[in-house]
Design a protein around this ligand. Structure first.
Ligand SMILES: C[S@@+](CC[C@H](N)C(=O)[O-])C[C@H]1O[C@@H](n2cnc3c(N)ncnc32)[C@H](O)[C@@H]1O
Length: 404
């Protein structure tokens, strides 16, 4: 076992991880690759096997709540890498990290160098104590402070930050974060839009924020003042449900009572994807375009009635009156996968057709124009200021997704 922790073994895991992070386009610069080389990740996850600690796409879970839900972790290297690339941290900068695990703050410490400074803030004093101790034992306490507070309502009274990196899933952007962002600063935040999370790199632009990039990611959820619960409507015991995350829940969800006892309808399109090809942009497109967009959740082993034997089911769904539809695909004879919509309810064909229309409209944007421009505006808003697009209302912000 001692041999497993030897520096050559660590070095082998580390270089394999960095090579994979480059292949995934998560590490894009030498500076970020070098930061991963300079910070010993295993020191921040001391009780885990090296293969897990250096696994490029896996977080190390460090704390769960009473229901077993992860509430704190050292995030997956892939996500840490692309968020640091999104943040574009330069030597001498002041960086605020929201959500502490120690390791990511140490990476930021490397990137800001001796003349810069990192503050890491977490709502949980067990997490801050752990992060501070590990930063100290890894030798990164000289330019990193760790503070315990709810970062949605309080930040150290310490001037502004050049970069704010939020490493916990946010549903909204509190005013405080933009008030304390330097005029030419950058806020990197995993923001939930109708249940779909994207890590946005946001820059201030004449009273609003404009996203310069959006990356697919998943995070533990924000706690504290701005915690936001999704609304889950169960359709069959606890096995099958629909989750709504914003203000687009239909007024009468009881209209769907017994909906799974109706006959399933399926509408197919000629819109195809190759095996392994990403269609992430379809998620945001459907989320914005279908008024009652939601996510289908199915317990493992349940939901046989939701798919035919040759079909795959996805979580993207929407409700239309007393019916709901969700995205499916099936392999065609030419090897491509065709998208379709499967639906239940007395108006199942209508619900399916509405989804199919949007899949076809998304396809008409391919290739090239599938990613929306994303802007974030303060509320209360003057509606006339908002650009053309689909508006998602939060408490503090309006998020506008525009396809041109
Ligand atoms: C994924 S972990 C942070 C990972 C870390 N940055 C790393 O080094 O990989 C998310 C953390 O956010 C914290 N958190 C949740 N809500 C918070 C809030 N309102 N303010 C500050 N921290 C919060 C949790 O306690 C949790 O430790």
């Amino acid at each position: 076992m001692a041999e497993q922790q030897g520096s050559s073994t660590v070095g082998t895991h580390l270089e394999a991880m960095i090579a994979k992070l480059r292949e995934l386009n998560a590490v894009r610069s030498e500076r970020v690759a070098d930061a991963f080389r300079a910070v010993p990740r295993h020191v921040f996850a001391p009780n885990n096997p090296l293969a897990e600690v250096y696994s490029p796409r896996d977080p190390v879970i460090t704390k769960r709540d009473a229901n077993g839900v992860a509430i704190s972790s050292v995030s997956a290297p892939e996500i840490q890498a692309f968020m640091l690339e999104q943040a574009s941290i330069e030597p001498g900068m002041r960086v605020l990290e929201i959500g502490s695990g120690g390791f990511n703050a140490a990476l930021a410490s490397e990137l800001v160098g001796e003349s810069g400074h990192v503050t890491s803030i977490d709502i949980d004093d067990e997490v801050t104590a752990r992060a501070a101790a590990m930063l100290k034992s890894a030798g990164f306490d000289h330019n990193v402070d760790v503070v315990c507070a709810d970062a949605t309502s309080w930040l150290p009274d310490d001037g502004s930050w050049d970069r704010i990196i939020v490493t916990v899933g946010a549903w909204d952007i509190p005013p405080l974060w933009t008030e304390r962002l330097a005029a030419n600063g950058r806020l990197v935040v995993p923001l939930r839009l109708r249940g779909i999370t994207r890590s946005l790199a946001l820059i201030p632009d004449n009273g609003h924020l404009a996203a310069t990039s959006a990356e697919v990611c998943g995070f533990v959820q924000m706690q504290g003042r701005d915690a936001h619960e999704e609304r889950l409507f169960l359709l069959q015991g606890k096995d099958i449900g629909l989750r709504f995350d914003d203000d687009n829940t239909p007024a009468d969800m009881t209209a769907l009572d017994g909906v799974l006892a109706t006959e399933r309808a399926v509408e197919w399109t000629d819109v195809t994807t190759r095996a392994g090809e990403s269609f992430d942009s379809l998620e945001l497109y459907l989320a914005a375009r279908l008024p009652h967009f939601c996510l289908l959740t199915v317990a493992p082993g349940a939901g046989e009635q939701l798919v035919g034997h040759d079909e795959h089911r996805f979580r993207l769904a929407h409700v239309a009156g007393d019916s709901f539809a969700y995205l499916v695909s099936r392999r065609r004879a030419d090897g491509l996968f065709a998208f379709g919509a499967s639906a239940f309810g007395s108006n199942a064909r209508v619900a399916a057709a509405q989804m199919v229309d949007q899949i076809e409209a998304w396809n008409a944007l391919r290739p090239g124009k599938v990613d929306p421009a994303i802007t974030v505006w303060p509320r209360p808003d003057s509606a006339s200021e908002l650009p053309e697009g689909h508006v998602i209302h939060k408490h503090h912000r309006n998020v506008v997704l525009s396809w041109t």
